[in-house]
Design a protein around this ligand. Structure first.
Ligand SMILES: *[C@@H]1O[C@H](CO)[C@@H](O)[C@H](O)[C@H]1NC(C)=O
Ligand SMILES: *[C@@H]1O[C@H](CO)[C@@H](O)[C@H](O)[C@H]1NC(C)=O
Ligand SMILES: *[C@@H]1O[C@H](CO)[C@@H](O)[C@H](O)[C@H]1NC(C)=O
Ligand SMILES: *[C@@H]1O[C@H](CO)[C@@H](O)[C@H](O)[C@H]1NC(C)=O
Length: 399
């Protein structure tokens, strides 16, 4: 029989355990402290076309996670292992270190809090309605996690994005898995997916554009009537928005007939193995790493793991004695990290006519409405507590 004293103590006991349970539920909030995702940034996420509230929440949380990653990556140490592996050895990357640092710095400025208008980065139009049909459930589709539209601050999130874990949960699980904790891709999370997309925004990621044009004089414009096609080729270097590099050679305007260029296949560089190949392989240009959004995302991820866990997840380790060895590695050709991108397609696509560029303000993804969600969850936990109490009372009377 329940005494009055034990009855009085019951709600306290029940409420703490039940609420703790509700907060730790797999789909619920893990943090008991004020929601760590509740941050008011200077740059806003707009639009949300075709996204439901749950998806908007995951998009916003991934954005916060991305800001954590870039925060860990702004202090570049050119003697460090992740720098060598994802951008190249010092003698190879020396001409592009400032470009890389500037790109990382601009990406990190998305973490600027409300009111910090210096170096403000453009608001980002986020969406889930796949206007370019790249998310890919059918044939010929991109099968991307997310894609950028037109190098604008405009990102579509695909079904695969919503299957990724939040940053801290993924890092914790990967660290605890002792057989695999050295594999960087085990740490891949929403923030890393976001990081690649943000690098594609022209106000953030800048890259080297190399155009090979006929003619000795780099001043002259190409005129098919007058330019002597037997003359030397001239390389024009300029800057442009950052896209995705190709494996085995950059895409350029070289006609196919010019030289043995047939290893230039359109295999885009996503995933750690391919990203690291860009940094070492002789067929790649020294700036291919600096030009590849994925390399920044994975570098930032590696730096974040080092900062929070104290070690560098060094795998995959590349061991290629020759180009032939590389080309016969099925993993490289098929891709070691298939789930995170379609290797045959760029994740930057032009904006279609008729696709709205500017997104409307999103009310439901605002921090305050996320607190609303939290309190709904908490009150349902209380409901359980009092349901339990009534049940305990009734059964004690019946006893
Ligand atoms: C760096 O730039 C200099 C001057 O343009 C050039 O001569 C050199 O080949 C470049 N080095 C590398 C590794 O790209
Ligand atoms: C990336 O793609 C855009 C659009 O096609 C192009 O304008 C830009 O020059 C490209 N950037 C590089 C580095 O090639
Ligand atoms: C290239 O253009 C600049 C400026 O128009 C001119 O001064 C220079 O002489 C030109 N170079 C050649 C090789 O024509
Ligand atoms: C090349 O010649 C054709 C035929 O004479 C002419 O129509 C065209 O405008 C010329 N192209 C240029 C760039 O001058």
């Amino acid at each position: 029989m329940l005494t009055l004293q034990s009855l009085l103590s019951l709600p306290v006991f029940l409420s703490t355990t039940l609420i703790a349970h509700a907060l730790a539920a797999p789909d619920g909030f893990i943090d008991k402290e004020p929601n760590r995702y509740d941050i008011d940034y200077e740059a806003a996420l707009l639009g949300g076309d075709g996204c439901n509230n749950k998806q908007l929440k995951m998009i916003r949380e991934g954005f916060v996670d991305m800001n954590q990653l870039f925060k860990a990556a702004v202090q570049v140490d050119w003697d460090g292992d992740p720098e060598h592996e994802f951008f190249g050895a010092p003698e190879r990357i020396q001409n592009y270190t400032m470009l890389i640092e500037a790109n990382l710095l601009r990406a990190s400025q998305y973490a600027n809090l409300k009111g910090n208008t210096e170096n403000r980065k453009p608001d980002i139009h986020v969406r889930c309605d796949d206007p370019n049909d790249q998310c890919g459930d059918g044939d010929g589709d991109g099968k991307h996690v997310a894609y950028n539209i037109g190098n604008e601050p405009h990102i579509n999130f695909c079904r695969r994005y919503f299957k990724l874990d939040p940053l801290d949960q993924r890092v914790l699980e990967a660290t605890l898995d002792e057989d695999n904790d050295m594999k960087l891709m085990r740490y891949y999370n929403r923030g890393a997916a976001w990081a690649r997309q943000v690098m594609h925004i022209s106000a953030v990621g800048q890259a080297i554009v190399e155009k090979v044009v006929p003619g000795i004089d780099s001043n002259s414009t190409y005129n098919p009537n007058t330019t002597n096609l037997n003359s030397e080729w001239t390389t024009r270097i300029s800057m442009g928005a950052m896209n995705t590099s190709f494996l085995a050679g950059v895409k350029n305007d070289h006609p196919k007939t010019n030289g043995p260029n047939n290893i230039q296949t359109l295999n885009y560089v996503y995933g750690a193995k391919r990203a690291k190949l860009l940094a070492v392989f002789p067929t790649q240009m020294p700036y291919d790493t600096a030009n590849n959004a994925e390399n920044y995302a994975l570098y930032a991820l590696a730096r974040y793991v080092m900062k929070t866990q104290g070690f560098y997840p060094i795998k995959p380790i590349l061991q290629y004695s020759s180009e032939m060895a590389l080309l016969s590695d099925k993993d490289v050709l098929d891709g070691d990290d298939k789930q995170n991108a379609c290797l045959q397609k760029s994740d930057v696509v032009p904006r279609n006519r008729g696709t709205n560029f500017v997104g409307e303000a999103i009310e439901s993804a605002s921090p305050s409405s996320m607190l609303g969600l939290l309190s709904t969850r908490t009150s349902s936990a209380y409901l359980l507590v009092y349901g339990g109490l009534v049940y305990a009372l009734v059964s004690s009377w019946l006893a």
